[in-house]
Design a protein around this ligand. Structure first.
Ligand SMILES: [Zn+2]
Length: 108
C-alpha cells in the first residue's frame, strides 16, 4: 500500500512510515505515479494557463492535457484549471514544497 498523503511505500504497515498518515486497507486509493510537482508552480500554472491544460502536461498527465487543449476554446478547462490550482495550493506539501501526483485521480 502506498501512502495517499506522501506517496511513500508503507508495505503492510497501518501507518505511513514517512508521514504517519493511516493506511486504510480495503479502500481503493489512487495510484501514486511516483512523481511530484512543485505545489506553487503547479497552482499558478493551473490558474493562469489551466485553460490550455499546461498544468496537466507539467504533471505528466498528457492525455488530459491534450483534452484540455482541444476544449480550450469552450472555456471549461479554464474553470477546471482554476479549481485545480486552488485545490493544489491548499494541499499540504512536503519539506521541498512538492505535492505527489496520482495517476488515477482527476486532481493532482
Ligand atoms: Zn505518508
Amino acid at each position: 500500500m502506498f501512502c495517499r498523503k506522501c506517496g511513500a511505500n508503507a508495505g503492510d504497515a497501518a501507518y505511513c512510515p514517512n508521514c504517519g498518515e493511516p493506511i486504510t486497507a480495503g479502500i481503493r486509493r489512487p495510484a501514486y505515479a511516483g512523481k511530484t510537482v512543485n505545489k506553487v508552480a503547479y497552482g499558478i500554472i493551473a490558474i493562469l494557463l489551466g485553460g490550455l491544460g499546461i498544468h496537466r502536461f507539467y504533471a505528466g498527465k498528457w492525455i488530459s492535457g491534450i483534452v484540455y487543449l482541444i476544449f480550450s476554446l469552450t472555456g471549461i478547462p479554464s474553470i477546471l484549471g482554476l479549481i485545480e490550482g486552488i485545490l493544489a495550493l491548499v494541499k499540504e506539501s512536503d519539506d521541498y514544497g512538492n505535492i505527489p501526483v496520482y495517476e488515477n485521480s482527476f486532481f493532482v
